[in-house]
Design a protein around this ligand. Structure first.
Ligand code: FES
Ligand code: FES
Length: 158
């Protein structure tokens, strides 16, 4: 066993894990972070996306040991039911979520994009989300929701 220490949604966490434990397993099974989803387990769907020091990464492809000392953000770190993040609110209000399995990954990728590029074009949004698969929505509503938040970013700055 090895001990992994990291910051999860702003709080320090340390746990003993087997050396080949994936970050996905570590988050879901050891730390009870259930927004992080197991989809394909091989880097092809984006359902397991988390932010590692602000960058979207696939937690099914990372070992927990490889994020020692890093800052991990999951959907639980964005908003609360009574105080939703603008992206969560937009997804909910604009039908961008149906079964919801892909939604945490989609929102985290969108957040990372908007943190870097506050007013991206629709093409830039589509490109950023291209690694995240959704079997339900047809993607249009997801793009609409992110675009609406991006437009809000633009109007806040003007
Ligand atoms: S579960 Fe990680 S990319 Fe599909
Ligand atoms: S909402 Fe069901 S997979 Fe995207």
């Amino acid at each position: 066993m090895i001990t992994v220490s990291l910051k999860l949604n702003g709080k320090p966490v340390a746990r003993a894990v087997r050396p080949f434990t994936t970050l996905l397993h570590f988050l879901r099974e050891e730390l009870n972070v259930k927004s992080v989803k197991y989809g394909c387990g091989e880097g092809a769907c984006g359902a397991c996306t988390v932010l590692v020091d602000g960058e979207p990464m696939l937690s099914c492809l990372l070992l927990a040991a490889s994020v020692e000392g890093k800052e991990i953000t999951t959907l639980e770190g964005l908003g609360t039911p009574s105080n939703l993040h603008p992206l969560q609110k937009a997804f909910m209000e604009h039908f961008a979520t149906q079964c919801g399995y892909c939604t945490p990954g989609m929102i985290l990728v969108a957040k990372a994009l908007l943190d870097k590029v506050p007013t991206p074009t629709r093409d830039e949004i589509a490109e950023a989300l291209s690694g995240n698969l959704c079997r339900c929505t047809g993607y249009i509503h997801i793009l609409n929701a992110v675009e609406l938040v991006a437009k809000g970013n633009g109007s806040r700055r003007s």
